[in-house]
Design a protein around this ligand. Structure first.
Ligand code: FCB
Length: 449
């Protein structure tokens, strides 16, 4: 091992964290996730986000924590249901508060990345058919226009829609998110409208923001066959890879949505509407086919003993999957990449330090291959509301632990580690030796100065 070797990232690299409006802001009751909690059956203990991390009143306290960590970037989202409580009615005070928050980041030397849509939809929008209604494209465009004209001077970094394929799959195909449909036609209709909404927002941002840099966040999963000797498992893994990882992504690059077994749908107006690709990377799943599972359940997720996996349905922790994904995306699309999310549910912070070091090691190695990655946004700064897992403590993602009774924050050891990394601009032997000594040989053993 060479003790002088350090894995230092480029000077301009963005070291960030990521959050979303409903998960942290508090007191949001005008969207479909709040409604899902009232209806029951979708969320852990039917919880709504409630006060969440109370960002509407105290975001700046957490911005100070970001500054103390040495971050130079943060990704956050605007809550559509808050700024447009009724169709065409704008809450100017709410927009002013967002302006104040985003200016607060800028003042601390933290570049904001603004996500326009992160899973939640206004109630008025879902009452009118949600994303299945083709008019949703215009509704979203009008919202995007309003927000970009109000905030566009504060940052060039815009993310249109978070994880469209997760939203489409969970809401319309797997039936896990409200209104819980299992209808491929509905999923395709929604998918086309979401792609169009993304495309419209892309052009709106470029029209209004000089030097705009626009992308969206794509959840990428490593899908592998569970039984390597079983051809059906290989076919299933290939199919899910195609549907989940590739379908939507290709549609906004080629302007054609190609659902297997269906006629291709041309959406030429969305062609080439990505300046950078956002990668949300968390896990690997193994697919196992079942012969007698019924139509919707012909496959299930398998796991292997001895491999670290997350709680519940969370998959395997697989750091090389990050470099595989980045390499694949770069080779296929030749677009700059940004890690818009990466993190682990781990309340005890037992695995998070190792998770951070191993994933950054993979990322650094990938960047040595001249693959352009412009930033890393860790999910998340603080524990927050985790969608269908609600406030299940097993799904705590924060560098800071949050006591939701008192709103107190406690920095986890992984917070100390991330601070050291951000301050150094990468991984040094001293940092790894201090925070994750067992990983020293794996990270530095093979590096030559
Ligand atoms: C992603 C979501 C994000 C967060 C993490 C854990 O899929 O985009 O809001 O819930 O998972």
């Amino acid at each position: 091992m060479n003790p002088d070797a350090s894995l230092i990232f480029p000077q301009a690299f963005r070291w960030g964290t990521a959050t979303s409006s409903y998960q942290v802001e508090g007191n949001l009751t005008n969207n479909d996730w709040w409604l899902a909690a009232q209806e029951g059956g979708y969320i852990y203990h039917d919880q709504s986000a409630g006060l969440a991390c109370d960002w509407w009143n105290r975001a700046e306290e957490d911005f100070d924590r970001m500054a103390d960590l040495g971050l130079n970037a943060h990704r956050l989202s605007i809550e559509w249901s808050r700024v447009e409580p009724k169709p065409g009615v704008w809450d100017e005070a709410a927009i002013a508060r967002y302006r104040e928050m985003i200016q607060g980041l800028v003042d601390r030397g933290i570049e904001p990345m603004i996500t326009l849509h992160h899973f939640t939809n206004p109630l008025w929008m879902v009452e009118r058919g949600g994303w299945e209604n083709p008019e949703a494209v215009d509704w979203f465009a009008s919202y995007a226009h309003k927000i970009v004209s109000a905030l566009g001077d504060l940052t060039p970094m815009w993310c249109t829609i978070n994880e469209p394929m997760v939203m489409i799959g969970q809401t319309y195909a797997l039936g896990r998110w409200r209104p819980g449909k299992r209808d491929l036609n509905a999923a395709i209709r929604a998918g086309v409208n979401i792609a169009r909404a993304h495309g419209a927002a892309y052009h709106i941002i470029h029209d209004q923001v000089e030097k705009a840099f626009v992308g969206f966040a794509k959840h990428m999963i490593i899908w592998e066959p569970h039984r390597l000797w079983m051809p059906n498992d290989w076919v299933a893994a290939w199919l899910v890879r195609l549907l989940f990882n590739r379908l939507f992504l290709s549609s906004v690059i080629d302007g054609v949505l190609r659902v297997p077994g269906r006629r291709a749908i041309r959406i030429p107006e969305v062609r080439n509407t990505v300046d950078w690709l956002g990668v949300n990377y968390y896990q690997r799943y193994r697919i196992r086919t079942k012969l007698f599972g019924g139509r919707a359940m012909f496959m299930e997720l398998g796991t292997r003993p001895g491999i670290l996996k997350g709680p519940g349905d969370w998959g395997e922790i697989h750091p090389p999957g990050l470099s595989l994904t980045l390499r694949h995306l770069w080779n296929k699309y030749r677009l700059p990449l940004i890690i818009t999310e990466n993190g682990i549910p781990d309340q005890a912070d037992e695995h998070r330090p190792g998770f951070i070091v191993t994933h950054l090691h993979e990322l650094w190695r990938t960047m040595q291959e001249e693959i352009p990655v412009y930033g890393y946004y860790f999910w998340s700064l603080v524990d927050n509301f985790e969608w269908t897992e609600g406030y299940d403590p097993a799904f705590s993602f924060g560098l800071f632990e949050v006591d939701f009774e008192t709103q107190e924050r406690q920095m986890r050891p992984s917070g100390e580690l991330y601070k050291a990394i951000c301050e150094a601009g990468g991984l040094t032997p001293a940092i790894v030796a201090e925070h994750t000594p067992a990983l020293l040989p794996a990270v530095f053993g093979s590096v030559r100065a």
